[in-house]
Design a binder for this molecule. Structure first.
Ligand SMILES: [Zn+2]
Length: 154
């Protein structure tokens, strides 16, 4: 949202509530640059789905971006385009279900990792290593070790 005082584009939402009519959301926002507060009213269907990044910045939810990350992780793996699209659909549904219409990149990463873990372990580890969402390095190495174990010819 454009700050009415300094025209800065980034702010944080302090409070969101639906109006009595239920089709508008009133949001109190604080500009990240000048710190002044302002109120916006948004029609529910016009509120863009957002993604909150690690540093707190937000950007519009972009299907293509999520898909690109998956395609990279699934390169040369037996995962169909349809399966990839389904995973992105699930993420999109979760963003929409959220009352604030946003999800953090960490949440998105976790949803996708859970899906990939079921589908293909190699794609899962690749994806996880990019997103660095393993709690610690040892956990990551354990996953890799398990993978190597499975691939060892019996
Ligand atoms: Zn400002």
């Amino acid at each position: 949202m454009l700050c009415p005082w300094c025209q800065h584009l980034e702010d944080k939402v302090i409070d969101s509530r639906e109006t009595k009519e239920g089709n508008l959301i009133r949001r109190r926002r604080e500009c990240l640059k000048c710190g002044k507060r302002f109120t916006t009213y948004e029609r529910i269907e016009e509120i863009p789905y957002q993604v909150e990044k690690k540093d707190g910045r937000r950007e519009r939810f972009d299907r293509q971006k999520v898909l690109n990350g998956l395609v990279k992780a699934c390169e040369k793996r037996p995962i169909s385009n349809q399966q990839l699209q389904t995973m992105v659909d699930q993420v999109e549904a979760r963003v929409m279900e959220n009352p604030d219409r946003e999800l953090s990149t960490r949440d998105i990463g976790e949803i996708l990792m859970a899906e990939l873990k079921q589908l293909d372990k190699i794609a899962y580890v690749r994806f996880a290593s990019v997103y660095r969402t393993f709690a610690d390095e040892r956990e990551f190495l354990d996953e890799v070790a398990k993978l190597l174990e499975q691939r060892r010819p019996s």
